[in-house]
Design a protein around this ligand. Structure first.
Ligand SMILES: Nc1nc2c(ncn2[C@@H]2O[C@H](COP(=O)(O)OP(=O)(O)O)[C@@H](O)[C@H]2O)c(=O)[nH]1
Ligand SMILES: [Mg+2]
Length: 713
């Protein structure tokens, strides 16, 4: 990397709705900065940023691509993110690596769902935000209205930094609002003085002295303004707006200048903070300078037969050279680095060092995951791991060709490592392999990639809903397992009780504080917490009625049933088992016998304790033109949904927030499309598990395999 200092670095992500022109802007920036010889184009399939086969084929971004350019002495790292909500994982992941979020909006389309979402996500993370109004050259632009909407949606801090000369076909350039030309050209689409006043209001607010000066109507110099802009950006009170046509290369140079002058250097942004390593210790504020210990965080990984195994790292502190070892803070593993890479889309070059602020990649370092903190000195620092929405769209999968099971599972797990919104799990109740993603489109892309990358074809089936089982009251059960089949027999007898375990318990310590203690279970000997199912096993055996060596087997038997379920074949949750009595036989007792006895005793107790099914409930946020509100609400009522909020947005849009059982909305994408003629969009996130109404429960139980009683084994 050409030698640059931390102050010279600018890290940006381009975010927003699909087709706003993010990738076109990225290609324009690379070309303008001389980072590439030929300008890439999404329409011609030559984009430097959208380089993946799948992206060429579909003509939109699927992954975040990492790009870089030097411009006027500044080292710019640019992340181009996908705009489809289906690939939100990649966009959210990029936020962990940057200082400045650039929300790109299409002038004719206006503010769309994903622009609002990304603006808010960037705000939550304390990032600086800028807005680009792109496609200023297109037809059907109502610029005044758009600006009003922007300020209503994103606040009064959203102010023009440059103003368009002409709109649509007549859009020929932009003028600077901070330093307006002495003789402004004809055709400026806004009142320049008013725009400047708005810009001043939003900027001087963070500096008392300057504010006073401004209020006293003394003149504020552009140097003084430039001095406070980074502060106002970092505080989130200023959101500069830039107008451009990325495609026609109008306004791109002015935007780049502003990036160099105003976007935050790593040293100017609110620093990242690592939580305390031990209880009682202090959190660590990470200082962006070259001299500290090296601290980096993985924000993206890829394992592709063409690109190889790459982990993308944002350096937050210190400096790294290729001779160093990387220490993974999550698992303590240390690995050699084969080389440090600077990334340009699909190509890369090796570099001799990287410093705080840089965005780089390392090749072939096994086992790095998104969110991992990497160090060169094991100093215990762990940066917070970004969180991602739980994927809610599931399909059961099988390989098309018999015998490909192993290959399929291996390939799927590689995809899981790369994509935080893609999950693979084996459903113990159905013995199916289930993949989950954000949507049908997301899983279509996964399927296409499996085929291209690994020559693997899979078949998919209807999504299964992950119901859970629980109980509504206490219950008791006992079982004697006795078999005599010549030679040594089997004998074990277990008596137990079951309880509802409060959902707010999340670990062993809370279990002991709130539930499993001697005030409730007088002679309790031990209690074990199983976080996965919020399940507890309590050993309350008195006088050795079950010998100590068989207690673990009893626990195993219970845990088996927790996974298997006892009502309709779904895993249990929020249940505690108290084993309090039993019998053994000096010769015939065995671990296997007690395991079976415990499992059956548990099953009987569970069935006597008012078993109930729980279903996943999701939060839906539907955005649509207001005139469809009635139709959407009407449809939601047929889906057992509870509408929680209804709001209107500028631009005659409505937002409806509702909670609905997942089982009712697995096909919502297509249904909403039908109701709104493709103009509605929605996000769906897991909310919680809730009781299934009795009539629905009856149907599910009747259909389940467990209805036929299993044989005792
Ligand atoms: N008229 C016009 N079209 C543009 C402009 N920028 C991008 N486009 C087109 O909009 C479409 C989507 O662009 P793309 O860069 O892929 O958008 P992204 O999804 O935000 O990355 C492409 O057909 C581009 O050629 C612009 O400034 N003006
Ligand atoms: Mg794109």
């Amino acid at each position: 990397m050409a030698k640059h200092s931390v102050e010279d670095i600018r890290n940006l992500a381009l975010l927003g709705h699909r087709a706003a022109g993010k990738t076109t802007l990225a290609d324009a920036v690379l070309f303008k900065a001389g980072a590439v010889e030929r300008r890439g184009s999404v329409d011609e399939g030559t984009s430097i940023s959208d380089f993946d086969d799948e992206e060429h084929h579909r003509k939109f971004s699927i992954d975040t691509s990492v790009l870089n350019a030097t411009y006027k002495g500044k080292q710019i790292h640019l992340l181009d993110t996908p705009g489809y909500p289906d690939f939100v994982g990649a966009a959210l992941g990029s936020l962990a690596a940057i200082e400045t979020a650039v929300i790109v909006i299409s002038a004719p389309a206006g503010i769309e769902v994903n622009s609002r979402r990304m603006f808010n996500e960037a705000g939550k993370r304390g990032l600086a935000r800028m807005i680009v109004i792109n496609k200023m050259d297109a037809d059907n632009i109502h610029f005044d209205q758009l600006l009003t909407n922007l300020r209503e949606t994103f606040g009064k801090g959203a102010v023009l930094f440059n103003a368009p000369i002409g709109v649509g076909l007549k859009f020929t350039g932009v003028v600077d609002v901070i330093n307006p030309p002495a003789a402004p050209p004809q055709g400026i689409a806004v009142d320049l003085a008013a725009a400047r006043a708005q810009m001043m209001d939003a900027t001087v607010e963070v500096d008392e002295k300057l504010m006073e000066k401004y209020l006293m109507e003394e003149s504020v110099t552009s140097e003084e303004l430039a001095g406070v802009i980074p502060k106002a950006l970092a505080a989130g009170s200023l959101v500069p707006i830039f107008c451009m046509s990325a495609k026609k290369d109008i306004g791109v140079a002015e935007f780049l200048d502003a990036v160099c002058n105003d976007a935050l250097a790593p040293t100017q942004a609110s620093p990242r903070v690592a939580p305390p390593a031990k209880e009682g210790a202090e959190p660590t504020t990470i200082v962006a300078n070259e001299s500290g210990d090296f601290i980096g965080q993985v924000f993206k990984t890829i394992n592709d037969k063409f690109v190889g195994n790459l982990s993308y790292i944002r350096v937050f502190s210190g400096k790294i050279t290729p001779d160093k070892h990387l220490f993974n803070s999550r698992n303590g593993k240390e690995s050699r680095i084969a080389g440090l890479l600077k990334i340009q889309g699909k190509s890369n070059v090796t570099i001799p060092e990287a410093i705080a602020g840089d965005i780089i990649a390392v090749a072939k370092v096994e086992g790095l995951q998104i969110g991992d903190t990497v160090l060169t000195h094991a100093n215990g620092i762990k940066l917070p791991v970004p969180s991602f929405p739980t994927p809610m769209f599931s399909l059961a999968v099988e390989p098309k060709a018999r015998g490909d099971e192993q290959k399929m599972s291996g390939s799927l797990h590689k995809m899981v490592d790369e994509d935080p919104t893609f999950v693979v799990h084996h459903d113990n109740s159905t013995h199916e392999l289930v993949i989950s993603g954000t949507s049908q489109l997301h899983l279509d892309v996964v399927q296409a990639r499996l085929k291209r990358r690994y020559e693997l074809e899979i078949v998919t089936k209807e999504p299964k809903i992950a119901y859970r089982e629980t109980i509504s009251r206490e219950g008791a059960g006992e079982h004697r397992h006795k078999k005599q089949s010549g030679g040594r027999g089997q004998f074990g007898e277990v008596h137990l009780r079951v309880y509802h375990l409060p959902r707010d318990i999340t670990n062993q310590q809370e279990l002991e504080e709130k539930f499993a203690n001697k005030s409730k279970f007088e002679k309790m000997r031990s209690a074990h917490y199983h976080a996965k199912n919020n399940f507890a096993f309590i050993d309350h055996i008195v006088g050795g009625t079950i010998p100590n060596q068989f207690i673990p087997a009893c626990e195993k038997g219970c845990v088996e049933l927790v996974e298997r379920g006892a009502l309709a074949g779904y895993p249990m949750q929020d249940v505690a088992v108290e084993v309090y009595f039993g019998k053994d036989h000096p010769v015939d007792s065995s671990e296997a016998a007690f395991k079976t006895a415990a499992r059956y005793a548990f099953k009987k107790a569970f069935q006597a304790a008012g078993p109930q099914l729980l279903e996943p409930v999701v939060t839906l946020e539907v955005t649509c033109p207001s005139n469809y509100t009635g139709a959407i609400l009407g449809d939601l009522t047929t889906k057992r949904a509870r509408v929680e909020n209804q709001d209107s947005l500028p631009g005659n849009l409505a937002v409806i927030t509702a909670r609905a059982p997942l089982a009712e909305v697995t096909r919502y994408a297509a249904q909403l499309g039908g109701i709104t003629q493709g103009q509605g969009s929605y996000t769906m996130e897991f909310s919680h598990y809730d009781l299934v109404p009795p009539n629905v429960q009856q149907q599910i139980v009747a259909k389940s395999k467990l209805a036929a009683d299993e044989e005792e084994d």
